[in-house]
Design a protein around this ligand. Structure first.
Ligand SMILES: *Cc1c(COP(=O)(O)O)cnc(C)c1O
Length: 391
């Protein structure tokens, strides 16, 4: 592995040029690849020589994307998938079997929660949730058949932080496969493999794309695990399209500069509103008031691009506030160049009971703000105006 810096790896790793000698990688819109002879075809199918066979297996554009992200995550190998959820599903389904058990942090992305509670039990794979605030007692939740530990940090939308050094040691001590959904932090802010994660999974739809255009996912990790994941994805077919892989590979080239701005805008916005009389509180990993500020500082380069604002006046005030915004978009995405607002209690997490929401820190007045790449003064002005108008 080379030891160039993040930005350089993300820009300079590229597939070999075609005989057109292009500077920027072309899109390889082809389902299959040709063989020079019957014998070459036999050897490639038998894995005796490397090479592209069929785009469900691999394609130069997906290989390009995987190599870039592996270089900056510090992982050995990977697979690119059609969406983040295909990555979460593939990571679990390929490595576990009937009778296995998963220990997971309670604060998980909504669809991951549905996978663990509604879908995997159909195939005899069960799971238990542990509270992030009670992580010291998680050894009591490990069962004889527990095989996997699944976490996200920072969590969505509660912004709870899990100590990656601690969880890496815990997984090792209990011989569990540690899977980390690194979507919120991106490899620019933290590299879970450095702390012992066996699998790092991504929704590339968010910050890796960065402009709200395409869906994509990644499953990265140690070769021994990725071999099983590869077997699973090759034969079940959640492959990424060459076009989407090309977009995401181009986007990797700007991830570092974009994350710098996302994080700077988030910090400035969080600092500006931290003492606002309209808010119960402002949560952001790099604000001193965050209960895990020291831990965030230890394992993240910056605090990320997501802030939560809890409005005084509960759900009704939160809705009035959203309706008063003039620039910030109301949509179900994050990590876009455009700032986005979401009200989790009435949308993404509405299926949970109020008690369940409270356990993961989603109060009725909580708003999730994904700060975009606009000028921070304009983001702050839009929030400030809507706070005033919604009183
Ligand atoms: C969006 C998201 C996913 C799912 O990704 P898709 O690309 O939408 O399928 C998984 N985990 C986290 C943390 C997410 O934010």
């Amino acid at each position: 592995m080379s030891n160039k810096n993040f930005e350089t790896e993300a820009i300079r790793i590229a597939s070999s040029k075609s005989n057109q000698r292009e500077h920027s990688a072309p899109i390889y819109l082809t389902s299959s690849f040709t063989f020079d002879s019957a014998e070459e075809a036999r050897q490639m199918f038998a894995d005796e020589i490397p090479g592209n066979i069929y785009s469900r297996y691999a394609n130069p554009n997906s290989t390009d994307l995987i190599e870039k992200v592996c270089a900056v995550e510090g992982t050995e190998d990977g697979i690119a998938t059609a969406s983040g959820m295909a990555a979460m599903f593939g990571a679990i389904a390929s490595l576990l079997q009937q009778g296995d058990h998963i220990l997971a942090a309670r604060s998980l992305f909504g669809s991951t929660h549905q996978l663990l509670t509604r879908l995997f039990p159909k195939w005899g794979i069960t799971s238990t949730y542990g509270d992030i605030s009670d992580i010291e007692n998680w050894d009591k939740l490990v069962q004889p058949n527990t095989k996997m530990l699944f976490i996200e940090t920072p969590s969505n939308p509660g912004l709870e932080i899990i100590d990656l050094e601690w969880i890496g040691k815990f997984a090792k001590a209990h011989n569990l496969i540690l899977v980390v959904d690194n979507c919120f932090a991106t490899p620019y802010l933290q590299q879970p493999a450095k702390w012992g994660a066996d699998i790092v999974a991504h929704s590339a739809t968010k910050y890796i794309d960065g402009q709200g255009r395409v869906l994509g996912g990644l499953i990265l990790g140690k070769k021994e695990f990725i071999q099983d994941v590869q077997f699973f994805t090759r034969h079940t077919g959640p492959s990424i399209s060459p076009f989407n892989a090309w977009i995401l590979s181009r986007s990797m080239e700007t991830l570092a500069v974009r994350m710098e701005r996302h994080c700077a805008n988030a910090l400035k916005t969080a600092e500006y509103f931290q003492d606002s009389p309209d808010l119960e509180f402002v949560k952001y990993p790099f604000l001193k008031s965050h209960p895990q500020y020291d831990l965030a500082k230890k394992q993240m380069k910056h605090g990320g691009g997501i802030i939560t604002l809890t409005l005084k006046g509960g759900i009704e005030r939160a809705k009035r506030f959203i309706d008063e915004l003039q620039m910030i978009t109301v949509t179900a995405n994050l990590g876009d160049s455009r700032s986005i607002i979401t009200h989790p209690a009435s949308t993404t997490h509405s299926k949970l009971s109020e008690e369940e929401r409270e356990r993961v820190g989603i109060l009725p007045g909580l708003i999730r703000l994904s700060t975009g790449l606009e000028h921070h003064d304009d983001i702050i002005a839009d929030v400030e105006r809507a706070l005033e108008k919604s009183r």
